[in-house]
Design a protein around this ligand. Structure first.
Ligand code: HDE
Length: 706
């Protein structure tokens, strides 16, 4: 029996939870309904009557059940949890939830950006990573992404960026895909996107699981301490399970087999008690160091290499409860980077400044008016007190005759903090002088140095995946001028990158940017392009998933056991026990659902078959011994399963009697192919290799089709 999770926010939400168990069906007004099958008619074969208020009540609600989906980040999955602060950073911030030992209820929503609400989880895309902290000082939202930089520098370009990536307006395709003309048209005219493009074309844009991706606040924010001193900060979420991705070929297939792959994975992990966890890390930069770097810390297309400013781990978030109701919680939750609490403030980053308007604005529309703060999921755990009243679907009942300030009739209440010398939100004091201009700072004009830093920091297989992704996306572009323009941008990042992508597209990369790219860039930066400053770092290990992972666990990994009737029971159970003791899951895949007979005559229930499942849904593959081998020898789907797993650089293990299957497959033996007959401690070798996630050496060979 699962222990119920308790947090102040969940206690509050519980008051809104409705349980229909053993309850009589009623109308929305609570009137008991006698017959829920038949409308009221003039005679049993006659027309329906207009007085059927029971039917109207039901249909009127049904007809209004859809609200506008989010204009971006429409598809998402959320969960409740707790954030626990472990370190003392009181010298940097007075935010109460960031004080050592504080435990704060959170609701976290992950999302894809471009696809509609019903699109696939495995689109090549940025993932949203939004956390709402229900603090005792009100709600604080950290609305970030799984990529630390962004496509554009100024909010003015945001609607254009999104229009370019969304399905094209005349025919509304492609869905949840950036591989089309309008996106690359925009990107190839906006060289400031170069760094972000490297990330989005890397495997970071196709995570293995929402539980295995990093989160970033992206912008530089400000922490403010009790005496009003500010410190610049970058927020990082580091997953305890490490950062892992699937390959693009897998992503495309997963979209077909299970387009809810990420959503279901998050849900199942929480239901199974495998609570996902992330450490919160901070990069702190003193105000004195604001101009110290070769890049501008207010430019959202730049990151601060971790080797330059280390990430300090200060706390941990644990997601431990699934929502009771998707619509009421995950759909109606409203995040806003402008939702700040005392101790945290925004900076002048022009992208962040623009966001502060947009979220509240879109939520007023999407959630049907000004009272969306009163929806249970959005309510702060401390009661709000103000003079706002009325509006669509107002829930709170404001008592008394006073709804204005200042007043004497209610003794000045609700009073603002300054009246009684209490702490309230104050914007961080900052000197501002300058002319009112529509202009971009020249300190934002270097577009390629950090794109190069990212590319150069990758391992060879990771670089190859970026080359493959760019080749795929640009091959889908119909207009050759767009392809040429983008390859010219790639040339500015790295010559080999441009050469290799160019080879796949039949393009000889140009040494210079396309004149049209320069023309548009010069409208932002007159005189563009410029000589760039020497970077502090040429590579950063933290930017490579392969180099930075600890690879120390196989927790929650799914291992496919390929079986058929007659499989040897010990060959299944021994490894299952070992894998489960390491926190992984063994899943039997057989020729049909229902009963599977073991060699000793005992039976087990099968839920997965070669028809419903493929290797792309699993992390590693094992073929046990037994009479099953004879059946599988003639089963084409078996070979497809193992060949494909091999092609995707996954680890495969073969029990003694199953090696005839290995011989008949297209697999070439390497360190990621583990045989019981050749390796005494094969089970442990298998587990150690799964920890590495993939056998990357195999990527270079690319011999097996998949
Ligand atoms: Fe958003 N973004 N965004 N964004 N964003 C929205 O707000 C916007 C940006 C992010 O799970 C919208 O309530 C502008 C950066 C996430 O509910 C909208 C700009 C980052 C989510 C909006 C940006 C994000 C959103 C749509 C450029 C990473 C999902 C629905 C100035 C730091 C939140 C909504 C959720 C959602 C506007 C750029 C992250 C339209 C104008 C950079 C995770 O208001």
């Amino acid at each position: 029996m699962k222990k119920p999770v308790k947090t102040p926010k969940l206690d509050l939400l519980q008051k809104s939870v409705i349980d229909n168990t053993d309850k009589l069906l009623t109308t929305n007004d609570g009137v008991p309904i006698y017959d829920n099958n038949n409308t009221l008619k003039a005679g049993e074969r006659g027309a329906s009557l207009q007085q059927d208020h029971i039917y109207f009540d039901k249909l009127m609600h049904f007809d209004r059940e859809r609200i506008p989906e989010r204009v971006v980040h429409a598809r998402g999955s959320g969960a409740h949890g707790v954030f626990e602060m472990k370190e003392d950073i009181s010298k940097y911030t007075c935010a109460k939830f960031l004080q050592k030992g504080a435990k704060t209820s959170v609701f976290t929503r992950f999302s894809t950006v471009a696809g509609f609400k019903g699109s696939t989880d495995l689109a090549r895309d940025v993932r949203g990573f939004s956390v709402k902290f229900y603090t005792e000082d009100g709600n604080y939202d950290l609305v970030g992404n799984n990529i630390p930089v962004f496509f554009i520098q100024d909010a003015m370009n945001f609607p254009d960026l999104i229009h370019s990536v969304k399905p094209e307006p005349n025919n509304e395709f492609p869905q949840a895909a950036s591989a089309h003309d309008t996106f690359w048209d925009f990107i190839s005219l906006m060289p400031e996107s170069a760094h972000m493009i490297m990330w989005v074309m890397s495997d970071r844009a196709i995570p293995r699981s929402l539980r295995m991706m990093e989160g970033f606040g992206v912008h530089t924010f400000k922490l403010v301490n009790e005496s009003g001193k500010g410190t610049f900060v970058k927020f990082h979420w580091k997953p305890k399970l490490g950062v892992h991705s699937v390959a693009w070929n897998e992503a495309q297939k997963i979209s077909g087999f299970n387009s809810d792959f990420h959503r279901q994975d998050l849900w199942d992990a929480i239901e199974n008690g495998d609570f996902p966890q992330w450490d919160l890390g901070l990069q702190l930069i003193s105000e004195e160091d604001e101009h110290k770097y070769s890049f501008d810390i207010l430019d959202a297309t730049k990151l601060i290499p971790e080797e330059l400013v280390p990430v300090q781990i200060v706390g941990t978030m644990t997601l431990n409860k699934n929502p009771e109701n998707f619509f009421a919680e995950t759909e109606q939750v409203a995040f806003d980077p402008g939702r700040l609490v005392p101790g945290i403030d925004v900076t002048d980053d022009p992208l962040l400044q623009g966001r502060v308007f947009s979220y509240m604005d879109t939520q007023n529309y999407r959630l049907g008016g000004a009272n969306f703060h009163e929806l249970p999921i959005n309510r702060s755990i401390n009661q709000k007190h103000n003079n706002q009243k009325d509006g669509n679907s107002r829930i709170d009942i404001l008592k008394g005759n006073v709804s204005y300030f200042p007043n004497s009739q209610a003794d000045g209440c609700p009073y603002h903090a300054m009246l009684k010398g209490e702490v309230g939100f104050t914007s961080h004091k900052q000197k501002v002088d300058g002319e009112k201009v529509r202009q971009r700072s020249l300190s934002f004009a270097d577009h390629f140095t950090q794109a190069r830093l990212f590319f150069n920091s990758q391992t060879e297989p990771e670089k190859q995946h970026i080359i493959d992704a760019l080749s795929f996306e640009l091959s889908k572009v119909n207009d050759p001028k767009i392809r040429n323009r983008e390859v010219a941008i790639l040339h500015q990042i790295d010559k080999v990158l441009a050469q290799k992508v160019g080879e796949n597209l039949n393009i000889e990369p140009s040494n210079t940017l396309d004149p049209l790219t320069i023309k548009f860039a010069q409208q932002i930066f007159p005189g563009y392009p410029f000589k760039t400053a020497k970077p502090e770092k040429e590579t950063s290990q933290a930017l490579s998933m392969v180099k930075s992972n600890k690879n120390d666990s196989i927790k929650t990994r799914k291992i496919a056991f390929l079986v058929a009737d007659g499989v040897d029971k010990h060959s299944v159970t021994n490894l299952t026990k070992l894998l489960e003791s390491e926190g992984a899951e063994a899943i039997l895949i057989s020729t049909k659902v229902g009963e599977l007979k073991f060699s000793d005559g005992t039976k087990t229930n099968i839920q997965h078959t070669y028809l419903t499942d493929t290797s792309v849904l699993y992390d590693a593959v094992y073929t046990p011994s037994g009479k099953s081998v004879k059946i599988l020898l003639d089963h084409p789907d078996y070979y497809e399963f193992v060949n494909e797993a091999y092609r995707h650089c996954k680890v495969l293990a073969f029990a003694k009697e199953s090696e005839s299957l290995l011989e008949k497959s297209l697999i070439k033996e390497d360190k990621g192919v583990v045989s019981e007959s050749k390796n005494k401690s094969w089970e442990h070798t298998f587990i150690d290799l799964i920890k590495l996630h993939r056998v990357w050496d195999r990527e270079i060979l690319r011999k097996i089709p998949s």
